[in-house]
Design a protein around this ligand. Structure first.
Ligand code: AP5
Length: 210
């Protein structure tokens, strides 16, 4: 199955993508994670992306389209994949269509801006493996320590409330129009994000008949 996770920053796309990935045995491709990795290892792309990301702006289309083209050509994508955080603009969606890839469903995760601002302040991520937690809703077994690799949990730079507001603004201006784009293609399914991860997962699975 070929899926796209659409939704505002912090709507829970990454959380749901991770669960679906295990359930359906297909890889998740997160442009955010790929860019953060590049940033950490100081590659040319990482250096270029840094200032955009830290200000809550989108990285230029040609950079992310290049990343996705390269990643989707890998063997593990043959039986399907979940795109988490791509596309985010109409030109990115058009580029994906032009790659000749037939997407089955675009899952639009709906969560209010107010809830998002609250959620982001509690998010913690592992600085070693990138796993995501929440101080209230998805606690690690030992506070501040990653369950998966024992790495240290930190707050993402772009989770500062002012940056979250900018990311939401960018989302409404540049990414939200993708809902109409995919609705026209008959691929959009809407999931109302719940306050509990498992409740959201039940709705997500039902929306794609899995
Ligand atoms: P990216 O990493 O993709 O960030 P994002 O879309 O802003 O999404 P997040 O990872 O912040 O949120 P999420 O929806 O995955 O939520 P999560 O599951 O973590 O991108 C970062 C930056 O990279 C962008 O700003 C941009 O600069 C650049 N970039 C990336 N892709 C790009 C592209 N295609 N084009 C251009 N630039 C690009 O959940 C959030 C928190 O809530 C977690 O703590 C989680 O535990 C908790 N939570 C999740 N679900 C629930 C629930 N149901 N109830 C309660 N808590 C929950």
């Amino acid at each position: 199955m070929k899926l796209i996770m659409l939704g505002a920053p912090g709507a829970g796309k990454g959380t749901q993508a991770e669960i679906l990935s295990e359930r359906l045995s297909i890889p998740t491709i997160s442009t955010g994670n790929i860019i953060r990795e590049a940033l950490k290892s100081g590659t040319e792309m990482g250096v270029r992306a840094k200032s955009y990301m830290e200000q809550g702006k989108l990285v230029p289309d040609e950079v992310v389209i290049g990343i996705i083209r390269e990643r989707l050509a890998k063997d593990d994508c043959k039986n399907g994949f979940i795109l988490d955080g791509f596309p985010r603009t109409i030109p990115q969606a058009e580029a994906l269509d032009n790659m000749g890839i037939a997407i089955d469903f675009v899952i639009d995760l709906e969560v209010s801006d107010e809830t998002i601002v609250q959620r982001m302040s509690g998010r913690r991520v592992c600085e070693a493996c990138g796993a995501s937690y929440h101080l209230l809703f998805k606690k690690s077994a030992v506070e501040g320590v990653c369950d998966k690799c024992s790495g240290t949990l930190v707050q993402r730079k772009d989770d500062h409330p002012d940056t979250v507001k900018e990311r939401l603004k960018v989302y409404h201006e540049q990414t939200e129009p993708l809902k109409a784009y995919y609705e026209k293609q008959g691929k959009l399914v809407v999931v109302q994000g719940q306050n509990d991860v498992e409740d959201t997962t039940r709705l997500t699975l039902a929306s794609i008949g899995a």
